[in-house]
Design a protein around this ligand. Structure first.
Ligand SMILES: [Fe+2]
Length: 512
């Protein structure tokens, strides 16, 4: 191609993208404002490595983040101390417009079971300081303090819960999805809504920037490494594989939307996932080792699932294709990976970090059953396969952590929910939202004594906002439900609504 033609090609491409392209790397970039306003984060720790993340966006709500098509050089430092007197590693990376000017540094060669500090620099700008840590070495049984969060609708409430989470002295935070919401103006708005339903990559990028403008969210990211999975709202409410919420989208439309949404998710999260051939097929299932104490299996129950049965919603069962054994929640590859992994793993506790409730909740009195088609209850054969695997490979040392439904639930999981009298083999702790749903209530009016009797595996339920903290030792697991009384105004206090206890190897969940 002639140089003149090439320049014309670049100009046209740039015009099409509405971002002037500049392929030169800028060693001394100048920014219109602080480029580190979205904060810093770390994640996916192993015993010797961790991902450090930032994204340059001096004008966070502009589609190009205010960096245009330029390629600023970003340097990073990792230190033993918060004053950066003892810098252990440093390096440089280039922020590229086609990846939203995001930076993911996979720092290697770290010591196990140790805290570190990190920061980024670009031009004259210096980021906030983040704190992160590595996992304990193989064979170690040090305790784990794990925080669990999900569902943070920006417009429906303040992220006060994160302010409290940031001072909990947690080793790690697991986020179970609904980190953003894709839809437009909704009921119960507390904060100003930015735009209508988002579909394309620039829109998803701006939505993440809007969420990360929250200082409490940034504070929680700064404090410890996170392990993040997604639920439906990172793409489209209740999507299933390549079927959209309103079931009118073509497969090509859903591929394009997933590609935009999955790429924006990667750009905005401190994650280590396999490099992709197509952003529409991003594999995010992965496992984390905490010495010999715990193995955390991070699952994706959205990308590969069969369409919800019987037109979605809450349905009386059995109905139509509901119990078809070919229907899947995790897809064959992920299900095989988890089944083999649970059979082979020797860690004291097996932890499933995933999205939708495993236990059934029967909302009908008497022998008839009505359950949610979007949860594992909508995939009863796949659920029984999962529970049988747990019963065979890791009975009563498996804990399922769940998000999605903006409420707290403590469930004993049986080896099957299709036949009565099956033994308890696991515990499920469903964590409430950070803000989705607004202020919340102590208990849904429908979850009364009759409903508790109808669902004997259900130990407790509450619909306040907040998060869970899990304190794990080889023989005991404690889950505290931390709740705030309101999210519609600032400065809500935090308190423990209730704490639940597991003894490894013993069936059942005990009140503390
Ligand atoms: Fe949600």
């Amino acid at each position: 191609m002639l140089r003149r033609d090439f320049l014309e090609f670049v100009r046209c491409t740039a015009l099409a993208a509405a971002i002037p392209n500049d392929w030169r790397v800028r060693f001394r970039p100048r920014f219109v404002d602080d480029p580190f306003g979205l904060g810093v984060a770390s994640g996916d720790p192993t015993s010797n490595s961790v991902i450090l993340w930032t994204r340059l966006a001096p004008r966070p709500l502009d589609p190009d983040g205010g960096v245009g098509g330029t390629r600023p050089v970003v340097s990073w430092e990792l230190a033993a101390d918060e004053g950066f007197g003892s810098i252990l590693q440093r390096g440089r990376a280039t922020a590229a417009p086609e990846l939203g000017h995001s930076i993911h540094v996979d720092v290697q060669g770290l010591d196990p079971n140790r805290w570190y500090f990190y920061r980024f620099m670009s031009g004259d700008a210096v980021s906030a300081i983040g704190r992160t840590r590595t996992a304990p070495p193989d064979g170690a049984t040090q305790p784990l303090r794990l925080g669990v969060a999900s569902c943070q609708h920006y417009e429906q409430g303040l992220f006060t819960a994160y302010r409290h989470m940031a001072v909990e002295e947690l080793d790690m935070i697991a986020h179970l999805g609904d980190y953003i919401y894709e839809y437009g103006p909704a009921e119960g708005q507390v904060r100003r809504h930015s735009a209508a339903e988002i579909l394309g990559l620039p829109d998803y990028r701006v939505r993440y920037a809007q969420y990360k403008s929250d200082e409490h969210l940034r504070a929680a990211h700064q404090r410890c490494p996170w392990i993040v999975t997604w639920d439906d709202h990172e793409v489209d409410n209740n999507y299933a594989g390549l079927i959209g919420e309103n079931r009118m989208e073509s497969e090509e439309q859903m591929r394009a939307r997933r590609a935009a949404a999955y790429q924006a998710w990667w750009e905005n999260q401190p994650v280590r996932v396999p490099r992709v051939r197509s952003w529409s097929d991003l594999t995010i299932r992965r496992g984390f080792k905490w010495g010999e104490l715990a193995h955390i299996w991070v699952l994706d129950t959205r990308q590969y699932r069969s369409d919800q049965a019987c037109d979605d919603g809450n349905r009386e069962v059995p109905c139509a294709e509901w119990s078809d054994p070919s229907r899947t929640m995790m897809g064959n590859a992920q299900e095989g990976w988890l089944t083999a992994g649970l059979a082979a793993n020797r860690a004291s506790w097996q932890v499933l970090a995933q999205q939708v409730m495993v236990a059934p909740y029967d909302g009908l009195e008497g022998p008839k059953q009505r359950v949610s088609m979007d949860q594992w209850s909508g995939y009863p054969v796949a659920r029984d396969r999962l529970l049988r695997t747990i019963g065979q490979s890791a009975p009563n040392r498996t804990v399922v952590l769940t998000g999605d439904i903006h409420s707290n639930w403590v469930n004993e999981l049986r080896s099957s929910f299709s036949r009565s009298g099956a033994p308890t083999v696991a515990a499920e702790f469903v964590g409430t939202s950070i803000s989705s749903g607004g202020d919340g209530v102590d208990r849904y009016p429908t979850v009364n004594d009759r409903a508790m009797a109808e669902n004997p595996h259900l130990k407790w339920q509450n619909a306040r906002r907040g998060y869970m903290t899990c304190t794990v030792t080889p023989e005991e697991w404690l889950t505290a439900y931390r709740t705030v009384p309101f999210v519609s105004r600032p400065d809500a206090p935090i308190s423990t609504a209730t704490t639940w206890r597991l003894e490894r190897g013993r069936p059942g969940i005990l009140a503390v």
